[in-house]
Design a protein around this ligand. Structure first.
Ligand SMILES: [Zn+2]
Ligand SMILES: [Zn+2]
Length: 340
């Protein structure tokens, strides 16, 4: 958060103690000028359809307003209304990218391959930037290096490197989702033996945002594990197979519907009926795989489905993401790996 220090009321000039949002003398908003500037900047961001920037600004405004006040509630509603635009805008961009140029269509199958290649390059150029972001921060890099050392001592450097990178990609999924929603957070800090964590400087505005941010980690983690599985299938290198399996297992563990784990955040935006659907999917995956971890996840999910706190309206995207992760991650964790 941008720190502003106002020590005088902009309205009546009386002294303002640090931390106050409303002048005790005249009840004027202490950060009135900054709030006006934010409103102007945010409207401009909305106009150029830069929704993450607009969301970020409105979240800053929330911190400068007394919670529960009329303006606070108005801006909170504004955030809720703006948020779906982040996804629809991203979809528009993806659709735009998918338009294959006419010369490529004329080239037939070869053109299609070329275009797909371009699509991957565009993806790497836009999304991969986010992947390296954390590495430029000393806190992430140093703790990551320390974790690597600990895992190296236990399992050798190849597996240790794969494991640390898998955890890193999972965490960057959270970072990417937070950035898209304009929520300020720290870079990932690795804790040897336990994974990594990100400290939020602002809180998601409700269960839906919590679910998007929570499930983004396992989704990126799933892609990391899938990539390792592909390399293993093509090359037969056993460490890659082991990393894919362990990566899948770690992400599965994180799907436990229990806050503060990622699955707990995902479950927050589900209705009771949706939770029972998830329970059925978990049970099915356990019957197929006999993976012991799934019994634990299943029991907690059932407990969660019976509990009093349930989302008011269904979040289809969160349910699809959760169940999709459950199915593919269980499948990956069952992959046979031949140890050299
Ligand atoms: Zn005043
Ligand atoms: Zn996570």
């Amino acid at each position: 958060m941008t720190q502003f220090n106002v020590d005088q009321c902009p309205n009546c000039r009386s002294h303002i103690a640090p931390g106050l949002l409303v002048c005790p003398g005249c009840k004027a908003l202490v950060y009135r000028d900054r709030l006006q500037a934010i409103a102007t900047e945010a409207s401009a961001a909305e106009e150029r359809r830069d929704f993450p920037a607009a969301l970020k600004l409105w979240r800053e405004a929330l911190q400068l307003l007394p919670p529960g006040s009329g303006q606070f509630l108005t801006i909170h509603q504004k955030l809720e209304k703006l948020r779906p635009n982040v996804d629809s805008r991203a979809l528009e961009e993806a659709e735009h990218d998918r338009k294959i140029p006419k010369p490529l269509i004329a080239m037939g199958a070869f053109g299609l391959v070329l275009w797909k290649f371009k699509f991957i390059l565009v993806f790497l150029a836009t999304k991969a930037k986010v992947l390296f972001l954390g590495l430029t921060k000393a806190q992430t890099f140093l703790t990551m290096f320390l974790s690597f050392g600990v895992y190296w001592a236990a399992w050798g450097w190849k597996f240790a490197l794969g494991l640390v990178l898998s955890i890193y990609i999972h965490e960057m999924g959270h970072v990417f989702a937070l950035q898209r929603l304009g929520i300020q957070a720290s870079v990932p800090t690795f804790i040897p033996g336990l994974g990594a964590l990100i400290r939020l400087k602002q809180y998601p505005s409700g269960p839906v945002e919590d679910a998007r941010v929570g499930l983004a980690g396992p989704i990126w983690g799933l892609f990391a594990a899938l990539a390792c599985a592909v390399v293993y299938t093509l090359t037969g290198w056993a460490s890659w197979g082991a990393i894919a399996k362990v990566g899948a297992w770690i992400n599965l563990f994180n799907l436990m519907p229990f806050v503060p784990l990622d699955g707990g955040r995902g479950f927050r935006s589900l209705t009771r009926v949706q939770k029972w659907i998830a329970v059925a999917v978990i049970a099915l995956m356990w019957i197929i795989s006999h993976e012991g971890l799934l019994v634990l996840i299943l029991l907690i999910a059932i407990f969660n489905a019976f509990s009093k706190s349930q989302a008011a309206s269904p979040d289809h995207r969160a349910l699809i993401e959760y169940c999709g992760l459950m199915v593919v991650l269980t499948g990956l964790s069952m992959m046979p790996v031949t140890v050299e």
